[in-house]
Structure formats: C-alpha cells, structure tokens
Design a protein around this ligand. Structure first.
Ligand code: CA
Length: 426
C-alpha cells in the first residue's frame, strides 16, 4: 500500500514540476548495500555517474527521457530509496548597476551607513542601518582559523583584494601536479573545486561568487573595499557555470566537499528548482558535521512561509535564511520574506564589492545580503571558538535590531554584529 501512495505522489510531483522547473536527468539514492549499479541490465536504463557521499550512495542518471510511469517503477525498486529530478539552480542577482572606477570604503553603506552613502537618486538613506561593522571590529576582525566556503560561480583568486584571504589546500599546493596529494578524491584542488566543469580550477567567469567573497572577506589593505572579516580563509567552490546556472547534483557535491575540507560556514547565494530530498540530506549531513549553511531567501518578492524557496526553506536547523534590506532599513523591494522561515535581514541593495578580473561593482539581491551574514557569523566563530551552530544561530537572531519596517518579514530583524558579539539580546 505504501508503495502505491509513493508512486502516485512521485508521478504527481514530477508532472507538475516538469511544467515549470527545468532539470537535467535524475538523482537516484540507493539503499545501503545495493549493488544495482553493478548490474548490466540496470545500466542499460541510461548513463549513471556513481557518487558515494557521507550520507549514502547516489547516482546521477542522464541520457534518458523516462516517463512518469518508468520513474515510479524505478523508485519502487526495492534497492532504491528514491528518485528525483536533478533541478537546475541559478544565481539570482537583481541588478548590476554601475562599475565603480574609484571604489572607496565610504561607499560601503552595509558596513557603515552614514545616510549619505545609502540613498537613491532623490532620497537619502538612514544613518546606522548597517551591520554595525566598525564597532564589531573593535572586538574582532576575524581569524585565519575560520574557513568560509563560497558555494557559487567560483572566486577570482587572483583579485588583489581577495588573494590574501583565500583558503588553500596545502597538501595540493605543495604537492605533485596530477596527483591527489591529500587523498580527498580530487586532483590538484588548491583553491577549492569546480563542480560545474569537473576540474580543480574554481576561477570565476561570472563575478557573482567573487562579489559574495568580497563582502565576506575582502582584505583591509587600503585598496578597494573591505570585507566584514579582515581575516578569514575563503574557500572557492564552483558549481554554477559562467552563465550563472548549475545542477542540484553540483550543489550536493559542493556542500559535501566544503564539509569534508573543514569549512565552518557555507555561504549559499543561489536557489531555484523544486524540493530535493538529496540536497536536504546534504545540508543535514553538513550540519551534523558542524558546518553552518547560510542561504539567500530569494528575489521574487514572495512570502517563503506561503511558498517555500529552496534551499532556504529546507527544515534543517543549521540553515540561516537571509532577506535583503535597503539603505533606509526597509525590505528591498525584490526580497523574499517570511515571518517564520526568513531568519534575519542584512544589507542587499546597491552593494559594492569585488568582481572578476580584479574589478569592483555594485550588485543587488538577497545574494548580497547572504555573505554579510556569513561574514558576521564568521566574526562570532573567530571570537568564540567552539560555539555550536545552534548557539551561533540563536546569538545572531536574538541580537538583531528589531526594525518595525521588517517586523512582518522575518523571525527577527536586522543583523548587528556588535550586539551579537557583546551577547546583547532582545
Ligand atoms: Ca586533493
């Protein structure tokens, strides 16, 4: 009886989803001890790429166009736990307004909002509506012991404002070319990995990932911009291609890699696709291993409480979901919200940061608000080593400034790094 219900549910989900969401092949999860993949008759279904992950055995199935009925039959195989579409995922920046020829710290209103650096053409911003970075820096500017993985379009690791704060895999850096020196399954992964192209070079051909990296950890070095953390190790993990899109399976591999390589936090400014059990399991496995997952709420002006947005809306305790606010301390018009499912708000409109080829640019999106929170949490982890994910999330949420303009849009309010470090609570 249970099987029948499952297969109907599957067919129904796929039927509706296929109409509105793109996917590339399927993700298959095998039950423990299954040797189906070794069987010739099974392989004839399509192309299987086997994936042994910390939370189970999977395969990506491509080169098939299976009917809903065939998928249900596959899902009902006693050795298979589930089958789901491998959803297409995208970066979601709203606007790439202008190239800043002479970037200055004074333009970074998200760190210190003077009211003059945060307004629009005709109206000023509001002083103090920022993450209160300068006061926080009197307590800590971060630490090279903290690894923040930017899971995105990669990082321009040659950028003069980022290169001092990059994570490197020292076994590979000092190792032999063409050899998996640290035995992690990836050859020559010095700065991270590129799961979009399956190679060891996560260089950013898009700019979105580099922008997020700069918000977290651009060097305080008298050129360009400043990151929330002056000291940090940024791990570049790419699964979104240079056009800004990728697959669920790439996101899963990225989270697994970050966790395995010791990232404390992953910053996830991406979304799209329908619900994926495998992606949720990957985030849960990361949480169980002590890696925090900061996620963008999304840019569709929608209520995530009513209509979930993934990965932000997965019910995993370690996820911190971030909405975007403008220079007046109001919700950015594009930002998703959710009285229970969006945890905090952070600056996300007209944010100046690093982009590819050593440049700087302003961008807007919950994509930009997310790395602010990753950086703020990084400050807390640097200042209080050993704090648990649960405690860190509580500290972040309970110390926010409760802007009345945000009260209907999030479970708490605007992130304040100083209040969080001082353990001030609402
Ligand atoms: Ca390696």
């Amino acid at each position: 009886m249970k099987k029948v219900i499952l297969s109907c549910a599957l067919a129904l989900t796929f039927g509706t989803a296929a109409a509105s969401q793109d996917f590339n092949g399927y993700i298959v999860k095998f039950k423990k001890g299954s040797n189906l993949l070794e069987q010739k008759s099974f392989k004839s279904i399509g192309n299987f790429e086997k994936l042994s992950l910390s939370f189970g055995d999977f395969a990506k199935l491509t080169n098939v166009n299976l009917s809903n009925k065939a998928i249900s039959e596959l899902a009902n195989n006693p050795e298979i736990e589930y089958v789901e579409p491998n959803w297409i995922i995208k970066v979601d920046p709203v606007d790439n307004s202008e190239v800043a020829a002479d970037p200055k710290y004074s333009q970074q209103w998200g760190l210190i909002n003077t009211g003059k650096n945060s307004g629009g053409w005709f109206s000023p911003g509001k002083a103090g509506e920022d993450v209160n970075a300068e006061k926080a820096w009197e307590i800590t500017k971060g630490s090279k012991d903290i690894i923040v993985a930017v899971i995105d379009t990669g990082i321009d690791y040659r950028h003069p404002d980022l290169k001092e704060n990059l994570w490197t895999n020292d076994a590979e850096l000092n190792g032999i070319e063409g050899v998996d020196d640290d035995g992690n399954g990836y050859v020559d992964d010095i700065y991270g990995y590129d799961f979009a192209n399956n190679d060891a070079d996560p260089v950013d051909g898009h700019s979105h990932g580099t922008h997020c990296a700069g918000v977290i950890g651009a060097s305080h070095n008298s050129i360009g911009v400043k990151g929330v953390m002056a000291n940090v190790k940024l791990m570049g993990i790419k699964f979104l291609s240079d056009s800004g899109s990728g697959e669920t399976i790439g996101a899963i591999k990225s989270i697994e890699y970050a966790t395995k390589m010791g990232a404390h936090i992953t910053s996830n400014s991406w979304g799209g696709g329908a619900k994926s059990e495998a992606l949720k399991e990957a985030i849960q496995a990361a949480y169980d291993a002590g890696t925090m997952f900061v996620a963008a709420a999304g840019n569709s002006r929608a209520d995530n409480d009513a209509k979930p947005s993934y990965p932000a809306s997965y019910a995993v305790d370690g996820i911190v979901t971030v909405g975007a606010m403008d220079g007046k301390g109001n919700r950015s018009s594009f930002s998703n919200y959710g009285k229970t499912s969006v945890h905090v708000f952070a600056p996300g409109s007209n944010i100046l940061s690093t982009v590819k080829n050593g440049s700087y640019k302003k961008m807007s999106g919950t994509s930009m608000a997310t790395p602010f929170v990753s950086g703020v949490l990084g400050l807390l982890l640097a200042n209080e080593p050993g704090i648990t994910i649960k405690e860190a999330k509580e500290r972040l949420m309970e110390s926010t400034v409760l802007n009345s303009s945000l009260s209907n849009y999030a479970a708490s309010g605007r992130v304040d790094a100083y209040r969080m470090l001082m353990n001030e609570r609402n």
